[in-house]
Design a binder for this molecule. Sequence first.
Ligand SMILES: *Cc1c(COP(=O)(O)O)cnc(C)c1O
Length: 388
Amino acid sequence: MQIEFSDKLKKIPPYLFIEIDNKKKQAREKGVDVIDLGVGDPDLPTPDHIVEAANKAMRILDNQRYPFGMGLLAFRQAVADWYKKRFNVTLDPATEIVALAGSKEGIYHIHDAFVNPNADVLVPEPGYPVYANGTLLSGGQNYFMPLKKENHFLPDLHAVPHNVAQKAALMFINYPNNPTAACTDKKFFEKAVKFAKQHNIIVCHDAAYSEMYYDGEKPPSFLEVEGAKEVGIEFHSLSKTYCMTGWRIGWACGNAKVIQGLAKVKENVDSGVFQAVQYAGIAALTGDQSCVEDMRKTFQERRDVFVNGLVKLGWKISKPKASFYVWAEVPPRYTSMHCVTVLLEQAGIVATPGIGFGPSGEGYVRFALTQNKKRLNEALQRIEKIKW
Ligand SMILES: *Cc1c(COP(=O)(O)O)cnc(C)c1O
């Protein structure tokens, strides 16, 4: 029998990092002490009180059953209370919040709820690959909005052609941004609301890094600006804030009709987030927040060590104000792919080539600060010895 992937699955571009992955494996097999700054996964443990809450909850019979629905009301209430406190935004836990098995899951499924075949989806590039791949799997088309240094890595909404904007169903934005680490203020969000209203586009703001900020400068929520709830939703994740990537929990919140659409897709795909994990989420959001402060302190120290070190070696970087990424310009005459190959072959360091996030990522590499200061110092010493 001949087995063929669907046309839409075939449209998903090959995994661009596969070459790096293979080289990483080969280096390890040869005994190289690889310093992996490639993956955006915190190396710190989930705080104890969160693990304990899940531990208790999973022994309760009710939590061993199908969860169903939009998430425990108690979880959604915890989200609403956290939102009020953090952003002064009021959310109705019954209709404006849905629990997700990680925000990636919701970012993927939102397409199924709102993208018709041949509709456009406005997607930033370089960007998190799920925005664009979700479009392809739902039969829509991506219109890529380049994020350029000269525009502070914000999309130029005026550059979107009128006919594209008119048939666009969704627009993704993401600040603090992965991979560029750029932040934005409410002014850009206001422009996005205006643009969305003008063209009837649902805005999906990915706020996965809203709590991973430095120097005390708190990034705003999209929902803080007037009219935002009329046009869109915001995705949040507990993955980065509480070092819970493996647990698979996040949420989407905002416009009730948009949340309803997303929830309807999910009803037919999964049966909700394991309730013990939702209780862990409640413990995270309502418990002592000093663990988040500690997380920020750890990554801020690492950022200072690594960025100061690279700058001393002549690299061009602006210090990230949020996220755990360093978006560095590659040395002159190098492509991003060539640069990461040299980093791996000469220094045993894994970084991600900017091109892997979209064509405008060419000229950059992304380092994830997911190793301790000692390892980062070791990485700097090795980079210093590279013969470019
Ligand atoms: C890590 C990340 C996410 C999602 O993480 P989940 O673990 O699925 O919640 C979403 N968006 C961006 C940009 C990310 O980097």
